[in-house]
Design a protein around this ligand. Sequence first.
Ligand code: FES
Length: 149
Amino acid sequence: MPAGSSRREFFAGATLGAAGIVPMCCGTPDAAAGSWTIADGVLRIDLRREPGLKKTGEPRVVVEMDRKLNIIVVQHEKGRWAALDRTCTHGAGMCAYEKRRRTIRCTSLNHAEYTLEGALLHGRTHGNLRAYPTAERAGWLEIQLESRA
Ligand code: FES
């Protein structure tokens, strides 16, 4: 059993895994350790160290508890990126990328759904998801966490 997992979580995952189903909440991998840094309000992801992000439709998450940062990042079309808060505005469920619909969808039972710009499409929530400006430069993806004055 993986460290930090409860026995119940482990068996729930094993049952779903045996059925060939990856739970949506657990289906978004973390960006590789050491592939990203944060400085001057900018999250920088080295795409050479996180090659999964170079593929379209393959999201990664970046979580940094000290900064209360929990972001989902995806290249939804070649050269077009989205970076959004991952925490649903309804009840703090974790959101995941919905590849087929190109949206962000909450994994809770209410399934709130947002555009890649963070606008709420449907769901009883408390508003939109925050979306962050992105730019790709010389093998790095830059995500502007703080707005510049
Ligand atoms: S927590 Fe996302 S819809 Fe309820």
